[in-house]
Design a protein around this ligand. Structure first.
Ligand SMILES: NC(=O)c1ccc[n+]([C@@H]2O[C@H](COP(=O)([O-])OP(=O)(O)OC[C@H]3O[C@@H](n4cnc5c(N)ncnc54)[C@H](O)[C@@H]3O)[C@@H](O)[C@H]2O)c1
Length: 298
């Protein structure tokens, strides 16, 4: 018996890369999968591959940020497979550019697919679970770009940090409906990373550490009832490594005896606050805190 025996899972952006691996693993774990995909050819290929091997899969094409497309994914999963148990918000895209050069369209496109594309599906699925009185699981896709910051990705990083916040807040809101919401920050060799960083070679060893299929086991677990006690968390995942992130947290404070600060006085205190918190005043490259990186981020 797999972890998702008899379960129904939507995976957005499942036509290639990490989402494809997630869809195939859902089926390997005994579940049926609804592939949500912008690219009809890629989406159909994944559905055909699953059906050919005896699994259950269906396709809904369209932009995940469209409310109608998200609603159609939920309605199709219910109509084809008799219900919905989990949603994996994975679809995404990049438009890397420093903020000085970034066009408004590049900002909007990235914010739209990631943030609105998480809202539309979560809204539709959560309403289904509330009305049906069934438990559910949601996996959101954040990124180290949002958690740690990455040069040239202010649009993408802002969206991905927003997704971590979205997972935290919706986990809280949906707890009373027995719906868990967690997020992952994956790293894998895909069209997206090869577009951003160039060709990423296979390691040559038997285990292909950067294979996109390595993300799926954690995601299947987070889609299953075995993880029903875990919600509002952000996991890092790459190769055979699963990490847990600590959320933003306050590390030191100063006060002014219960009265409003004078800015000039405050100016003499802030360096001390940073020092007490162990926080450097100058910009730091968060990517140097990565435990694993497929590229040089120094
Ligand atoms: N690959 C990595 O190392 C990495 C790192 C951090 C986060 N991520 C995130 O993982 C997710 C998957 O990325 P990937 O690397 O597999 O990329 P990918 O480009 O290989 O696959 C993304 C898929 O999403 C689909 N898609 C894009 N926009 C869509 C839309 N509006 N509606 C429906 N489908 C849409 C694409 O057609 C594509 O099939 C993304 O959210 C990405 O930001 C990836």
């Amino acid at each position: 018996m797999g972890l998702l025996e008899g379960k129904v899972v939507i995976v957005t952006g499942a036509g290639r890369g990490i989402g494809r691996g997630e869809a195939l693993e859902v089926v390997r774990q005994g579940g049926a999968v609804l592939v949500g995909e912008f690219d009809e050819v890629a989406g159909q290929e994944v559905v055909d591959e699953i059906v050919k091997s005896g699994g259950q899969a269906a396709l809904v094409t369209g932009d995940v940020a469209e409310v109608e497309v998200a609603e159609k994914m939920v309605a199709t999963a219910v109509a084809e497979f008799g219900g919905l148990d989990a949603l994996v918000n994975n679809a995404g895209t990049l438009r890397d550019r420093t903020v000085i050069k970034m066009a408004p369209e590049e900002w909007d496109a990235v914010i739209r697919v990631h943030l609105r594309g998480h809202y539309t599906t979560t809204h539709a699925a959560a309403n289904y679970w509330k009305e049906a009185g069934r438990p559910g699981h949601i996996v959101c896709t954040a990124s180290t770009s949002g958690l740690l910051g990455n040069f040239g990705q202010s649009n993408y990083g802002a969206a991905k940090a927003g997704i971590a916040a979205f997972a935290n807040i919706t986990a809280w809101e949906l707890r009373k409906y027995n719906v868990t919401v967690n997020a992952i920050a994956p790293a894998a060799r895909t069209r997206m990373t090869e577009g951003a960083y160039g060709k990423i070679e296979e390691t040559g060893s038997e285990f292909d550490f950067w294979s996109p299929d390595n993300i799926a086991p954690l995601v299947s677990y987070l889609c299953s009832d075995a993880s029903a006690h875990i919600s509002g968390k952000v996991f890092g995942v790459e190769g055979d490594v699963v990490e847990i992130y600590q959320p933003w947290t306050s590390v030191a404070e100063i006060g002014n005896g219960g009265t409003r600060w004078d800015p000039e006085v405050l100016a003499t205190k802030i360096d001390g606050l940073l020092a007490e918190g162990g926080v450097a005043p100058e910009i730091t490259n968060g990517m140097t805190r990565l435990r694993y990186s497929m590229t040089d981020r120094s």
